[in-house]
Write a protein that binds this ligand. Structure first.
Ligand code: ADP
Ligand code: ZN
Length: 520
């Protein structure tokens, strides 16, 4: 079928309306499209849902030649392919899952393709370069461009291998796209892909309709059940492992009576596709998933995104929570975190090589700062992405219900010295007994009742020990040992000698006895 007209003199608003059915550009789309139409290489950093696809699809139909789209996931490419074709755009993919290679290549050579999607590992192969020599190229669109940066949270070496290809076609403009790139990653993308600094366009990151809340995981099942009762709309619950996904989906379904599905890479492809389709088509379904779920899913009315454990980084958190409320209606993002999440993540640092460890460690510190702050969550998030937001937003847990901030420096010093004096091998329970002067056989046996730290914590301060330990673990001042004990780490020494102040939010008073461990 004949494709849309390729007329360089056309006003972009015409195909925007006629091909895509949109009455106008959104956010900074217009600027990006304008640059690309003028043949200028560009890096567009725009939040999920901002409409990045349009910024290359529109130039693809307006510029002469084919737009080559580099994209990391076959599923993502096929989603894009479907929606492009539904708009009457001449698009094809070249992936291992396609049987129509010959036709696609013929169409490309004949100049009958607006869009050609390809994975980075294929794009860097000589055979593909040879194909590209055979017809004009309008544009290289590099999706998920943060994958090119080792500094980014999702480095893929295949993206690095794109360079020779891009250099070979040096006069073809490049459009790099990402939803998640901090300043360091952005600079890296520009350098790696040869995009001038003036080509950086960053759309605002704020998602004002999303209400952020971050709480300790007290009893995961109880907290999630509550959420599902309060919020009847569709939602996503991210869980750290496949096993946890299965377990939560099953229990939440039977305990809340809601329609709860599961999604992870271990499910048979049919079932995964069915569950995804059911979720997308429904107005009340909850999906429990690993982070494999969500990329490329266009569901505007997701009312909540919950994390049953910490995400990988602030970037990942922003991207995952960003799947809520794309329609602009009020939505919630709730993270339920445990000290053990940070402990495990910090343990993994030791298995990394030096170069990676530093970046990961800083990412973890940034995440801990978001989790630990008594101030506005949105302000921390937006500052992380280089914006200069107001101090308060009025739509996060800490703005709506400001916690009491207490100076816990003295208590932290007591806690850390107890860990130190008992030999950095005991767990929280033992340390707590020592500090509160408990009458305990094991404490006496080890001679810990003779230590100067025995019984130095007052009764009214004792309830703060657990949240303080959690805070110190999140910040890396306390590290887990191989045998479930606690050891000093990070800047613990600076705290001990009084050089560093520890402020923390006063934990809300417990209504019932401790329910920890019940469903964690
Ligand atoms: P991203 O890739 O940035 O996450 P998408 O390209 O998937 O976002 O677009 C998100 C949604 O916004 C899609 O449903 C898309 O059709 C819609 N959209 C994009 N541009 C516009 C626009 N100018 N006007 C209205 N809707 C738009
Ligand atoms: Zn706020």
């Amino acid at each position: 079928p004949p494709g849309p007209a390729q007329d360089l003199t056309l006003d972009p608003l015409v195909p925007l309306r006629e091909t895509f059915g949109f009455s106008g550009f959104r956010g900074r789309q217009a600027e990006v499209v304008e640059r690309v139409l003028a043949g200028q290489s560009t890096l567009a950093v725009m939040p999920t849902g901002a409409g990045k696809s349009l910024t290359y699809q529109l130039p693809a139909i307006m510029r002469e030649g084919t737009c080559v789209v580099i994209s990391p996931l076959i599923a993502l490419m096929h989603d894009q392919l479907r929606s492009a074709r539904a708009n009457g755009i001449r698009a094809a993919t070249l992936t291992s899952a396609d049987a129509d290679w010959r036709e696609t290549q013929d169409a490309f050579r004949a100049g009958a393709l607006d869009l050609l999607y390809v994975a980075p590992e294929r794009a860097s192969q000589p055979a593909f370069q040879a194909l590209l020599e055979s017809a004009p190229i309008a544009l290289f669109a590099i999706d998920e461009a943060h994958c090119v940066s080792e500094w980014g949270h999702d480095f893929r070496p295949d993206y690095r291998a794109l360079r020779p290809l891009l250099e070979r076609f040096g006069d073809v403009p490049r459009l790099a796209l990402t939803a998640t790139a901090d300043a360091h990653t952005r600079a890296d993308i520009l350098a790696q892909l040869g995009i001038p600094e003036s080509g950086l366009i960053i759309a605002g990151f704020d998602r004002p309709n999303i209400r952020y809340a971050i709480r300790p995981r007290e009893s995961l099942m109880r907290q999630l059940t509550q959420l599902l009762e309060d919020e009847p709309g569709p939602g996503i619950i991210y869980a750290p492992t496949r096993k946890k996904v299965e377990e939560l989906a099953q229990r939440l379904s039977s305990q809340t009576g809601r329609n709860v599905l599961s999604y992870h890479a271990g499910l048979p492809p049919d079932e995964r596709a069915d569950n995804q389709a059911a979720f997308v088509g429904s107005e009340d379904t909850v999906i429990v998933a690993t982070v494999a779920f969500g990329m490329g899913i266009d569901k505007p009315d997701v009312r909540f995104v919950a994390h049953a454990g910490i995400p990988k980084s602030i970037e990942a958190y922003y991207q995952e929570t960003g799947r809520a409320g794309r329609d602009g209606d009020p939505s919630q993002a709730i993270m339920l975190w445990g000290a053990e999440d940070f402990a495990r993540a910090r343990q993994r640092l030791f298995e990394m090589d030096e170069g990676r460890r530093q970046g990961e460690s800083q990412r973890l510190d940034a995440l801990a700062a978001l989790v630990e702050t008594a101030g506005c969550r949105r302000a921390v998030l937006l500052r992380h992405f280089g914006e200069n937001p107001p101090e308060t937003c009025g739509n996060c847990d800490n703005c709506l219900d400001p916690p009491d901030v207490i100076d816990a420096t003295e208590l932290a010093r007591k806690l850390l010295s107890a860990v130190y004096r008992t030999g950095q091998s005991y767990g929280f329970g033992h340390i707590q007994k020592v500090l509160t002067g408990a009458d305990d056989e094991r404490v006496r046996q080890r001679g810990h009742d003779q230590l100067s730290v025995f019984g130095i914590v007052e009764r009214d301060e004792a309830p703060l020990l657990r949240p303080l330990t959690r805070a110190l673990q999140a910040r890396g001042h306390l590290l887990p040992t191989d045998h479930g004990g606690l050891a000093l780490g990070g800047d613990a020494r600076a705290v001990l000698v009084g050089e560093q102040i520890i402020a923390m939010a006063r934990p809300p008073a417990r209504k019932t006895g401790s329910r920890r461990g019940q469903a964690n």
